[in-house]
Write a protein that binds this ligand. Sequence first.
Ligand code: C5P
Length: 206
Amino acid sequence: MIIAVDGPAASGKGTIARALAGHFGLPHMDTGMLYRAVALTMFRFGGDPSSEFEAVRACEGVAQVDPTDPDLRSEIVGSIASRISAYSGVRAALLERQRAFAAQSSGAVLDGRDIGTVIAPNASAKLFVTATPEVRARRRVAELLSRGMPGHFDDVLIDIRARDERDSGRDAAPLAQAADADLLDTSGLTVDEAIAVAIALVEDRI
Ligand code: C5P
């Protein structure tokens, strides 16, 4: 059983994917972390995000990045990740790692932008999780503050809108709801409510 969870930044897809993994006893991959690991590698070693060549080269270092490194979650790294994820060379370099994770005999939950459309088009269940940009910005600010990082609503909202535009407007695997995905708008829902709806939607599909 493969569960694909896609959606824009701070929509709640990560929280929902983790909860689904726990509920159904499946391993979980946050695929945004792969793009963030490439971005962090470039940031630390002074790579130029406007060079696809340098970004593709940085993909070789993904396995060396400590997944618990707090800088992975920073806004600057997220913004570089959004830029370098538009390169088809970067997407190709990270594709196999994601497909292999999805192909485990246990099944898997993957969350990202193109899981239901590109990585696992045959997934048993697909959710497209979304929320208004304002709700997402408010959540992202709360998350940043809870991690002891600076977060200002207006800046975060501008960044979220810019990221939505880049993620949806790019040629290579743009953020888009798969035709057979269920839409889950979490704007007016608590975390527990969103998780309950997600579980019900997946149960209907399997
Ligand atoms: O989800 P998260 O914000 O951590 O992802 C960081 C960036 O990586 C996103 O802005 C998006 O551009 C990119 N990404 C992607 N495809 C995925 C996951 C993330 O392009 N499957």
